[in-house]
Design a protein around this ligand. Structure first.
Ligand code: ASP
Length: 343
């Protein structure tokens, strides 16, 4: 699809990207065009790191780990150690990763470790388990060479926490209105950037990728809902909820209100719709509609979003409410796109 056609389609509200990824192969003569997609506009910067891996013939698994590490390094509200704390004032992190062979690893309620996504990968590769939490996850990280960070809140998180303590009212933000469809070919995205106050409110980063061999992988990392109860874990580290990869069908990540993604096994449900032949965007929409039916009038108080890719390398996304955008990088460049929405 050329850029002009893409722009025309995007004007019609069709939020899918396609490149000819029809062949899965390890034969160098059959290599295909890689693609990576991620949640929100923070994904634009994360995609750059992932694309660096993919364009050099690297594996999707490495791409999705290195991609989201960019966001874990940034100062933002909802990913990494500088994010908003729980209601007791501690930052607790959740992350998951999954490859093209149903290998997966997760950590949750992890404190004072900078790159939870890499700990999740270590759980996948170096432990007999798929999911470690809390003190056990931290001990595993330390035993595997990760450094214990200070645990001090970032300046911005401290400011946010103090402001929140005035009411102590737990009310997750739906999302931030900050949505323009733009194409960046900006080298500035090569470097992790310190966000300004106006860019503060970004959510979980989830990333899905297909490499030149046609293999899929996904990753998801978050500090979860700001000012959550201590011990709360959302959908992001739960395989099948916040992330799922089935290399025969596709890969899916979620962001938004984790509790409502968990109750429908969100990412897995989207994969199953794709297995039945639905496009990635429609598959996401069908699960969003289900959440809307379950939540009834309360649906208007939450946001839930999915991004999916199928085996043809088509990416689609859908959200419950207006305001969700997602970032896609393929050989045509890195593009930020508004997702379709239900209400
Ligand atoms: N899904 C995340 C959680 O519930 C938060 C988010 O994506 O905003 O922990």
């Amino acid at each position: 699809m050329d850029r002009r056609k893409f722009i025309n389609l995007s004007g019609l509200g069709i939020t899918s990207f396609s490149i000819p990824n029809f062949i899965q192969s390890t034969n160098p003569s059959n290599l295909i065009q890689p693609i990576v997609a991620s949640t929100w506009d923070a994904g634009m910067r994360a995609n750059v790191a992932a694309w660096e891996v993919l364009k050099n013939g690297g594996q999707a698994l490495d791409a999705v780990e290195q991609g989201v590490m960019v966001t874990e390094n940034e100062i933002n509200c909802c990913v990494g150690l500088d994010a908003n704390p729980d209601r007791d004032g501690f930052v607790t992190l959740d992350a998951s990763i999954m490859d093209h062979q149903f290998n997966c690893g997760s950590v949750a309620f992890l404190e004072r470790i900078k790159h939870p996504i890499s700990v999740a990968r270590k759980v996948m590769e170096k432990s007999p388990h798929v999911f470690l939490v809390g003190a056990g996850a931290q001990a595993f990280a330390l035993a595997n060479g990760f450094k214990l960070e200070s645990g001090t809140l970032s300046e911005q998180a401290n400011k946010n926490y103090k402001a929140w303590l005035k009411t102590s009212n737990y009310q997750p933000v739906i999302n931030v209105e900050k949505n323009q469809s733009v194409t960046y070919n900006d080298p500035a995205f090569n470097a992790p950037k310190k966000l300004t106050d106006g860019e503060w409110n970004h959510d979980t980063i989830g990333m899905i990728a297909m490499d030149q061999f046609g293999n899929l992988s996904g990753s998801c990392t978050t500090s979860g809902a700001g000012f959550k109860m201590r011990g709360r874990v959302g959908d992001s580290p739960i395989i099948g909820a916040g992330l799922y990869v089935d290399n025969e069908v596709g890969a899916v990540v979620a962001t938004g209100q984790g509790e409502d993604v968990i109750r429908v096994a969100g990412a897995s449900a989207v994969v199953e719709w794709m297995r039945q032949g639905k496009s990635p965007e429609l598959a996401c929409k069908l699960v969003v509609e289900k959440i809307n039916r379950i939540k009834k009038e309360k649906a208007k108080d939450i946001q839930v979003c999915f991004v999916a890719i199928n085996k043809k390398g088509i990416v689609g996304a859908y959200a419950l409410q207006k305001g969700f955008n997602f970032s896609v990088y393929n050989k045509e460049g890195n593009t930020l796109k508004d997702a379709g929405y239900l209400i």
